[in-house]
Design a protein around this ligand. Structure first.
Ligand code: NDP
Length: 449
């Protein structure tokens, strides 16, 4: 990390010593602190009143045992998490991740990022994140259901429509949200918007399934528009083949782009004719199997083992939509050499700090996750609003709001960057714009003790 300011460098040192072995959390904090030195010069009260020290400490971290029975009636035990990071501007809000790699460091990095992302949406939502070191791959529907029920039995004690409102993330889609919400209702005997990402039939919002991927493309439209360009005719590479990747593909294709590659954690597919999204959806959402099946289904294209090779494919726009640190310096160099001009992050923290430096020095237009993928949580906040009113809005209305929110996030980030003499630096702009709103709310609330 390149934190020039002495005070911020000390704060960062403390983060590392007080949170040992939490490398993802260190990385997420470091990336924000790198942007803040001009801010504390302009606003010294941020330093004097310990705003940054307070912001890097979660308000509350909960870990809990999740025991459940598999189909052979064997007892299985996982570890559940919910980190309620910051409620300065609204109830904690952020997804649940079910993946074997989940640990406190990953949940804290995601929760920390979520504070600034949620602030950028302009909506009243604080930051939080949760999950479990649970591997849903290969389990039956009943096993998934029993796990979700056990997880929610404990989580329900800590969440609520006006307290903390979880949603989905990796490994938590519509099926899991259904089981989690069913158990929440059973345990609490209330029907409120305590979870988002619900199906439309029982209180979900239209456009929520599409929102992160669509929002990413709306953000990229702003990046392109600022340079007098559009998606039309562009070659696009998208990593992942889950919720974010699928809807990013759908919108980018609708706007005239050709998507030539997608991936999963096993490898990537490359199809020069443009990837057939319906086939990917069938493989991933219906058959729930691996992406290599694509080549067998369409009888064209190539499959390659290992996911990093996807960044070697020449493209105009790269959209990493899979997971953290999936795009490293080697991949960034390949993208630059092959003429890529735009990178926007659909996943959370998919580019390593070295990769971002390479993009910056090559003049690539780079949209950081906390701005570019904020459409999902923004639409979750719209779901909360509809639940509170016990009302539903139509698709066009929610989609129009999403477009407006993504445009405002872009403009807000770009304007702040310009105001600080860093025109075009959306990483800086998003960090500072997200930070200032939360910091001002914390200042207004005083120090609690
Ligand atoms: P899903 O679980 O729906 O999909 C994740 C996809 O990424 C899967 O295709 C998975 O493959 C793939 N994947 C996982 N690890 C790797 C890897 N190392 N290399 C390549 N592919 C990999 O998750 P989402 O689409 O919901 O989330 C994706 C990212 O977007 C995450 O970083 C998440 O935090 C972020 N995000 C999601 C939001 C949402 O609304 N869903 C909102 C904002 C951010 P496999 O099936 O093999 O595991």
């Amino acid at each position: 990390m390149n934190i020039k300011d002495q005070y911020l460098a000390k704060v960062f040192e403390k983060v590392i010593t007080r949170n040992p072995a939490e490398s993802e959390f260190h990385q997420a904090v470091g990336e924000v602190l790198e942007s803040l030195s001009p801010v504390i010069k302009r606003r010294p009260e941020m330093k004097e009143l310990g705003i940054i020290e307070r912001m890097i400490e979660p308000e509350r971290s909960i870990t809990f045992r999740v025991s459940w029975l598999d189909d052979k009636n064997r007892v299985r035990v996982n570890r559940g998490y919910r980190v309620q990071f910051n409620s300065a501007i609204g109830p904690y809000k952020g997804g649940l991740r079910f993946h074997p790699s989940v640990n406190l460091s990953i949940i804290k990095f995601l929760g920390f990022e979520q504070i600034f992302k949620n602030s950028l949406t302009g909506l009243p939502i604080g930051g939080g994140k949760g999950g479990a070191d649970f591997d849903p791959k290969g389990l039956s529907d009943y096993e998934i259901m029993r796990f979700c029920q056990s997880y929610m039995t404990e989580l329900s004690k800590h969440i609520g429509a006006d307290t903390d409102v979880p949603a989905g993330d990796i490994g938590v889609g519509s099926r899991e949200i259904g089981y989690l919400y069913g158990q929440y209702k059973r345990v609490k005997n209330e029907v409120t918007g305590a979870l988002t990402g619900k199906d439309y039939a029982y209180g979900g919002s239209l456009v929520r399934p599409e929102a992160t991927g669509y929002g990413l493309c709306y953000f990229v439209c702003e990046m392109l528009g600022a340079k007098g360009e559009s998606f039309d005719g562009k070659r696009v590479v998208i990593s992942g083949s889950g919720n974010v990747a699928i809807y990013a593909h759908e919108k980018a294709a609708e706007l005239g782009a050709k998507i030539v590659a997608m991936s999963d954690s096993g490898g990537y597919i490359y199809d020069e004719n443009g990837i057939d999204l319906e086939v990917v959806r069938y493989i991933k959402e219906k058959k729930r199997c691996r992406i290599f099946e694509y080549v067998n289904e369409v009888k064209r294209g190539e499959y390659h083992e290992g996911c990093r090779g996807i960044w070697q494919i020449p493209c105009d726009i790269a959209l990493p939509c899979a997971t953290q640190n999936e795009l490293d310096a080697v991949s960034a160099k390949a993208l630059v050499q092959n003429g890529c001009k735009y990178v926007a992050e659909g996943a959370n923290m998919p580019s390593t700090p070295d990769a971002i430096k390479i993009f910056e020095s090559a003049g690539i237009c780079f949209g950081p996750a906390k701005a570019a993928n904020a459409g999902g949580v923004a639409t979750s906040a719209l779901e909360m609003a509809q639940n509170s009113m016990r009302y539903t809005w139509g698709f066009e209305k929610v989609d129009a709001k999403l477009q407006e929110i993504m445009k405002n996030i872009y403009l807000n980030s770009a304007n702040i960057a310009e105001d600080y003499g860093r025109a075009g630096d959306l990483v800086f702009g998003a960090n500072v714009a997200g930070f200032l709103k939360v910091a001002d709310a914390m200042l207004a609330h005083g120090v609690s003790y």
